[in-house]
Write a protein that binds this ligand. Structure first.
Ligand code: C5P
Length: 295
């Protein structure tokens, strides 16, 4: 057996965050979509169980016993009775970590989907969602890689409105941002927004209409993220100046920003220009939507 699952980058097209509850978690409402770029999880038969991380962003994760892929595998196998054959899991880390791209949750989701099907485990979709939710606030929202509107702490996904194909550019200035630190900075500023789901059309006709609507929405973590990592402000300023950008915003708690473009050709041009202007930044052209096939 050698099977592979794709773990797409998650993008928060908007992210509205309210004042924290007694448990310190913040109520939120977010439209989440998934990119056609991401990590990959591979599971193979093995004589002894093993876990390996490789790829351009493996560094910070190597040897981590609490990696979300391992935690997902353990949680799933714990839910099953009887002995399981040893497996080798490898994670190809193509996405920057601590980047607002939901990489850990998406890796965990891909692992759960892959192990269930590869080992033919009798686990329902609902049980898989519960395990995913136990691993992180946006675990359930990232499980299937489908566009969702997430509410609660992020653990209550519901289907998103119909979306057009979205051509985009992702830009990370290569700074890691701690999500709890950004939430703490938001708490200190006390600028909480309304988290009631905004009225949304059933479907957006095209990307122009979507970008215009999104421009009326917010990412409430953007200002605290920029305050903690001013490089994010540089990314947003550069993207906002470029003619191909319909909308530029931080995803999650940053530092990755996305620019929505009017066409694939415009996204190509924007990605090439930003990469040439700032060679040390991580710049990727991608489509946003999902779900994307495993490969
Ligand atoms: O659940 P997860 O580990 O993904 O969350 C990371 C951190 O982000 C939490 O420890 C918490 O500080 C913050 N958080 C929050 N409110 C949310 C989601 C996350 O305060 N709704």
């Amino acid at each position: 057996m050698s099977v592979v699952a794709f773990a797409p980058a998650k993008i928060n097209l908007f992210l509205h965050v309210g004042a924290p509850g007694d448990d310190g978690y913040h109520p939120l409402c977010s439209l989440m979509v998934f990119a056609d770029i991401g990590d990959r999880v591979v599971v193979q038969d093995a004589d002894v169980p093993s876990f390996r991380v490789h790829g351009p962003f493996a560094g910070p994760l190597s040897g981590q016993e609490d990696n979300l892929v391992l935690r997902a595998a353990r949680a799933l196998l714990a839910a099953i009775r009887g002995p399981q054959p040893p497996i080798a899991i490898s994670l190809e880390k193509a996405l920057p970590v601590a980047a607002g791209l939901g990489g850990g949750s998406s890796d965990a989701g891909a692992t759960l989907r892959l192990l269930r099907s590869a080992m033919d485990l009798p686990v329902s979709d609902e049980a898989l969602e519960q395990i995913a939710a136990s691993l992180g606030a946006d675990g359930a929202a990232c499980l299937w890689g489908r566009p969702v509107v997430a509410e609660g702490r992020g653990e209550r996904p519901s289907p998103a409105p119909g979306l057009p194909p979205i051509e985009a550019v992702l830009v990370n200035p290569r700074v890691e941002v701690s999500t709890p630190a950004v939430y703490r900075a938001l708490d200190a500023a006390e600028t909480f927004g309304d988290v009631a789901p905004p009225p949304m059309p059933e479907a957006f006709e095209d990307v122009i209409e979507l970008a215009a609507w999104l421009s009326l929405m917010r990412n409430d973590l953007q200002a605290p993220a920029v305050a903690l990592a001013p490089e994010i402000g540089d990314v947003l300023a550069l993207l906002a100046e470029e003619p191909e950008t319909l909308l530029a915003r931080v995803s999650g708690s940053g530092a990755t920003c996305f620019a929505i473009c009017g066409s694939g050709l415009e996204a190509d041009a924007l990605a090439a220009r930003v990469a040439a202007l700032r060679p040390h930044w991580w710049v990727r052209r991608c489509g946003l939507g999902g779900p994307w096939p495993d490969a």
